[in-house]
Design a protein around this ligand. Structure first.
Ligand SMILES: [Zn+2]
Ligand SMILES: [Zn+2]
Length: 173
């Protein structure tokens, strides 16, 4: 004996699945999922073209994206982090900066650094910054070559840097 209300509920449920509402709901869901699937493939194609230089690899990415929903997710994780345009722009920028440094070095006649005080370009062998008078190098007391202030000995003539007496000091020691 099946209680009457269960039979009634089952009939109601059946009529719901047969109804136009259910039919409409399932068709709409399928259409939305299919649209999303196509949109994701298109997105992967557009994105890969901006990030991947090799056209074959672009199509590999698109083929992988055709695997519903998991494909685009994997693509999003594994894709190159930068746009090709940005990579190109940066390499051009670096080249331009290198050229600028080389031109500056040619103009100044030697390897160029920057004054730590005023950021003025200064030659590596300058003793004093010509702009702000900051002491950059110390002239060796023996050979007059420019030395770093924290060097203890001249690498050119092996005179002790601390000794202001110069090369003749040894004679008095
Ligand atoms: Zn300076
Ligand atoms: Zn020296």
């Amino acid at each position: 004996m099946i209680p009457g209300f269960i039979v009634l509920q089952a009939e109601e449920a059946e009529s719901f699945f047969d109804s136009g509402v259910w039919w409409f709901f399932t068709r709409m869901s399928i259409a939305v999922l299919a649209g999303l699937w196509l949109a994701l493939i298109y997105w992967v194609y557009k994105d890969a073209r901006r990030r991947v230089a090799d056209p074959l690899m672009v199509w590999v990415a698109v083929a992988a994206a055709a695997f519903p929903f998991v494909g685009p997710l994997f693509y999003a994780i594994l894709r190159p982090p930068e746009y090709l345009d940005d990579v190109m722009e940066r390499s051009l920028e670096i080249k331009a900066r290198e050229m600028e440094v080389r031109q500056r070095e040619q103009a100044m006649g030697g390897a160029v650094g920057t004054c730590p005080a005023c950021r003025e370009p200064v030659r590596d062998d300058f003793l004093i910054c010509p702009k702000c008078r900051r002491e950059l190098k110390v002239a060796c007391s023996g050979c007059r070559k420019p030395l770093d202030p924290d060097w203890r000995i001249c690498p050119f003539c092996s005179v002790e840097v601390g000794s202001r007496m110069g090369a003749g000091e040894d004679m008095f020691a």
